[in-house]
Each structure stands twice: as structure tokens, then as C-alpha cells.
Design a protein around this ligand. Structure first.
Ligand code: CLF
Ligand code: SF4
Length: 519
């Protein structure tokens, strides 16, 4: 099984990995397919698209591989409370908003409690493959606690990958320690490479015992972030860049950020929407700074995709998140509960479970390829979005009324491509439909032509139809991409025969409310 010991050996041959990383940086290698010019890699890259060494690192990391996120889970432990900078989208009462949704408060742990929690979760959720430290402040502003936690976990659960997310200010000071703990996935939040723009995002940074403000602060931050990135690349550590898209401040500039990080060997770029509401108490929230719409976010991600791998499945997790992305089980693992839990760390059982997951994955890819072959020769410029209710495993296996989010796929003659997700309020609360939540759902998926569900009641069905969104329940419990491609073939046939007219949909809303629940 892919374990840390294997990663150790690859991290040990750092010069080779450095070369590979450089090759990734130089490659615009996303092969284009079909007439669409669509990039075929990105976080959706598969085994054939990546060097073996890289594939081994990403294949069961739910954030670094879009495909893996349907099958594998991550967990965070909230061991790092302090922070050394101030972001205008952050309120320190809550978790670090560079990796979490605003308004979330995680339960803080000591490194020892964190190690126990990891064992408890790994015993219960065999597909949990990655442990991340992402707050609630900045992990590298709390280096003792962060590295002590990694040390304990690498001893007791050596098959779990270690992952870290940072604002980057002190990153260059810790790169060697990061490498020595075999942490081979690091996220840096980079929102600008121009200090003038940075001064609008960061009021201050605290560096070498001194507080800096304005352009001076932003200049120090960007220099340290880019230096840290280069140092990680030289050591063969995979890096993901998170950027918060802030309309009117850094939205256009993020294209430049994308180029800067790509040229320094970043593996993946994750452009996340600013989520900003007055009740979060942040500078941006109180100033009325808006977040992007779904179309604005997708357009920016699309424009960067020709340059490098884009992540579109980020859920802006809380600092104590547990489970598949989009399915947070942190409430099952509170400190009281884990301290009372019997831990049975069954490495063999975990391996067997993950082997079964791999078989399911292979079957899914084969089903998609088979259906895709049926699209060969179709000539059409139509591209449209569909929403899917899923509980994971790449299946349409969620009831419309139970969905807390919908995954969004773009369909074209090139196939089905994951392009995002939309969080919604549960439509079914206690077994009956709530009108307000249905309106919220329609706003969230208003840019989609259809919604695929395992089941749906008559009432929401007719309201969706009135809104121009086709509810599709005929593919219940089947693979998402295979079903979506099959439906799209029928759609094209109906357009070609004149039975229906293809009409473009409007924009959709990204939910902006205070997201304080675990889900
Ligand atoms: Fe955690 Fe981040 Fe590692 Fe993933 S989350 S430290 S890279 S294991 Fe993932 Fe969550 Fe998005 Fe982060 S979905 S917020 S990108
Ligand atoms: Fe808040 Fe994270 Fe920014 Fe620190 S780095 S101010 S915790 S969002």
C-alpha cells in the first residue's frame, strides 16, 4: 500500500523530484482533447497524465486529486491557534479563513489529544488517508505544536499522509523541518504578488518581533511566500496555492499570481470565492465587500486552467474537519468522545478497504470511457452545466431533499468535467419540504440545465421544472460521469431533431451566510 515509508524514499531523492517539479512547472501539458481545447489535466489528472512519483503522492489525497475526493477522506486537527498576520477577510474569533469557511470555530487540541484523535478516526473511517494541520490560526506560527503533532502521528499511524496549510510568512524558516517530517503536501495562501494590492488585503504582518503595515507588510509577505514556494519545489514537496478571489481587489490580478506560482513549480492552484457577510465581523464583511458569483469564479478558474492545474473541489474546510470533502463528520469526534473511544488501529483492515476502493475507482473510469466512446463523432459547440446529488464514491446516490451540496459538472462533446460544487440548505428538514430552502437551492444551481438525484418528491420536481432545471432520477445509484454523458447524448439528439431548443442558463449564487455548522 502507498505509505509514508515509500514517500520517504522519494523525498530522499530530492534532486530528481525537483527536476520532476520543474518539468511540471514548465509543462502546459494538459493535453487538449476534442475541438474544445479543453485542458485534460488539472486536479482531475489521472494516472496516465502524471509522472509515477507524482501520481503516488496524489492518488489518494482528496484535495490534490479531484477523482480521489469522491473516495478518500481527510481530517484536520486544530492544534495551531496563533497567527502572525492579519487578513481583512478574517475574524480571529473564528478559524483561519485561508483554508476554512468564515464563521467556523474549531475545538482546539494538544498534540497528544490530536494524535489520539487521528487513531480514533483512522480506526472508524478506513478511507481517511490524509492528516492536515490548517489552523485555527497559522500552523507555522505555532511550529512546536504543529511539528510535535506530526512527529506523534508519523510514529503511530505511518500510512497516513501529512499535509500542512500556511500563510507562508515563516515558511522559509521551516522548509527543512517540513521535509524532515516527510510532509509532502504544503498549501500556501497567496492572494497577490503586487504589494500595492496586498496592502488592500493585509493591514499588518508581525515579522521578526516587529509589526509592519501597509505596502511594507505586503512586500515582506509576498517575498517570503515566493521564497518558501521555491524552497519547497527544490525539495520535491508538492505545493498547492490557495487564493481568495476578492472582486474589485485581486480578481484580475490572480491571473498574474497564477503565472508567478506556476513558474516557481506549484503543482495546483485553488482559487476560492471570498465568503463575506457582516455577521462574520471581518473588515471585508463590515465594509460590504462582495464575493464573486458562480460565473465569475468559474471564468477566472477557466482562464487560469491553460496555464496550470486548477482545483475546483475545495470545500473551505474547518480546522477540525473530518470525512470526505463536503461530508463533515467532526461532530462524531469531539474531545470527550475520542478520549472515551477504544482505538483499534488495524493497518491490514485499512489496506483491504482501500484496495476495494481502488477496484471501484477502476470500474468507474471504465464505465466513463465506455460512455464517452458513444460521443465520438458528435459535432456540437454546446457546453452546459448539470448539478448532481451525491454522498460520494462517484455515484448519484443522494436524495434531492437530503443534499447539503450539489456537485457541478460541465458537459460537452469532450465529456463530463467536474467544475465545482454548491452548498445549499437541506430541502428536507424533518421530512417535509421548506419553501425557503428550495428557493436557495434554485439560486445555487440556477446556471444548471438539470439536476441528477437518486430520488425526488413531486413538489420540488415541479418547482425545478418551472425554474427551467430538469430533475433527472433515472440514473439513481449509477456512476455520475457515465450517466451525465449518457444524458447529454440524448440532449444533443433532441436539440438536433428540433424537439428542444438549447438555451443558455443565467448565473448562480455562492452561498454567503455564516457557515457555522459542521456540515
Ligand atoms: Fe487539509 Fe488543506 Fe491538506 Fe486538504 S483541506 S490541509 S490540502 S488535507 Fe482541501 Fe479543505 Fe480545500 Fe484545504 S478541501 S480547504 S484544499
Ligand atoms: Fe486569519 Fe488565517 Fe489570515 Fe491568520 S492567516 S489572519 S488566521 S485568515
Amino acid at each position: 500500500m502507498h505509505g509514508l515509508t515509500q514517500d520517504v524514499s522519494s523525498a530522499g531523492s530530492a534532486p530528481d523530484m525537483g527536476e520532476i517539479m520543474q518539468a511540471i512547472a514548465e509543462h502546459k501539458g494538459c493535453g487538449t482533447s476534442g475541438g474544445s481545447g479543453k485542458a485534460s489535466c488539472g486536479s482531475g489528472a489521472g494516472q496516465g497524465d502524471l509522472p509515477t512519483e507524482i501520481w503516488e503522492k496524489v492518488k489518494n489525497h482528496p484535495c490534490y486529486s479531484e477523482e480521489a475526493h469522491h473516495h478518500y477522506a481527510r481530517m484536520h486537527v486544530a492544534v495551531a491557534p496563533a497567527c502572525n498576520i492579519q487578513c481583512n477577510y478574517c475574524n480571529r474569533k473564528y478559524d483561519c479563513a485561508n483554508e476554512s469557511r468564515p464563521g467556523v470555530v474549531s475545538e482546539k487540541l494538544s498534540p497528544e489529544q490530536a494524535a489520539k484523535k487521528v487513531l480514533a478516526v483512522a480506526s472508524t473511517i478506513p478511507q481517511m488517508t490524509v492528516l492536515g494541520i490548517a489552523g485555527p490560526g497559522d500552523p507555522l506560527a505555532n511550529p512546536e505544536k504543529t511539528f510535535k503533532t506530526f512527529e506523534l502521528i508519523s510514529k503511530t499511524a505511518p500510512d497516513i499522509k501529512l499535509c500542512l496549510s500556511t500563510n507562508g510568512l515563516t515558511l522559509p524558516d521551516h522548509v527543512d523541518t517540513i521535509a524532515s517530517y516527510n510532509v509532502d503536501h504544503v498549501t500556501i495562501t497567496i492572494n497577490m504578488v503586487d504589494p500595492e494590492i496586498g496592502a488592500k488585503i493585509y493591514p499588518w504582518v508581525f515579522y521578526k518581533h516587529k509589526r509592519y503595515t501597509g505596502i511594507d507588510a505586503a512586500k515582506i509577505l509576498t517575498d517570503r511566500q515566493l521564497l518558501g514556494l521555491e524552497m519547497l519545489t527544490a525539495r520535491g514537496i508538492l505545493t498547492k496555492i490557495n487564493s481568495v478571489m476578492i472582486p474589485g481587489i485581486n480578481d484580475q490580478h490572480l491571473v498574474e499570481v497564477n503565472k508567478a506560482v506556476k513558474s516557481r513549480g506549484a503543482f495546483l492552484h485553488n482559487i476560492m470565492p471570498l465568503i463575506s457577510a457582516p455577521e462574520h465581523g471581518t473588515v471585508f464583511g463590515l465594509n460590504g465587500q462582495r464575493g464573486p458569483t458562480a460565473q465569475e469564479l468559474k471564468a477566472l478558474q477557466d482562464s487560469c486552467e491553460g496555464e496550470m492545474n486548477m482545483m475546483r473541489h475545495c470545500r473551505q474546510c474547518r480546522a477540525d474537519a473530518v470525512g470526505l470533502l463536503g461530508e463533515d463528520r467532526s461532530a462524531e469526534f469531539t474531545t470527550d468522545k475520542i478520549m472515551a473511544m477504544e482505538v483499534n488501529y488495524d493497518m491490514e483492515g485499512r489496506k483491504a478497504y482501500q484496495a476495494a476502493v481502488e477496484e471501484e475507482r477502476v470500474a468507474k473510469v471504465a464505465a466513463k470511457q465506455e460512455e464517452l466512446a458513444g460521443l465520438a463523432g458528435e459535432m456540437s459547440d454546446i457546453k452546459l452545466l448539470v448539478a448532481v446529488a451525491t454522498k460520494g464514491s462517484g455515484l448519484i446516490n443522494e436524495h434531492f431533499g437530503h443534499a447539503k451540496e450539489f456537485q457541478v459538472y460541465e458537459l460537452s462533446t469532450a465529456g463530463a468535467k467536474f467544475v465545482g460544487h454548491r452548498r445549499v440548505d437541506l430541502y428536507c428538514q424533518g421530512g417535509y419540504g421548506e419553501e425557503d430552502s428550495l428557493e436557495t437551492i434554485i439560486r445555487a444551481i440556477n446556471d444548471c440545465h438539470a439536476v441528477f438525484v437518486a430520488k425526488i418528491g413531486g413538489c420540488p420536481k415541479s418547482d425545478l421544472l418551472k425554474a427551467g432545471i430538469e430533475p433527472v432520477d433515472q440514473f439513481a445509484h449509477e456512476f455520475i460521469e457515465k450517466s451525465a454523458i449518457g444524458w447529454f447524448k440524448d440532449y444533443l439528439a433532441k436539440v438536433n431533431s428540433g424537439e428542444i431548443e438549447h438555451v443558455a442558463r443565467g448565473d448562480a449564487a455562492i452561498r454567503q451566510g455564516a457557515l457555522i455548522s459542521a456540515a
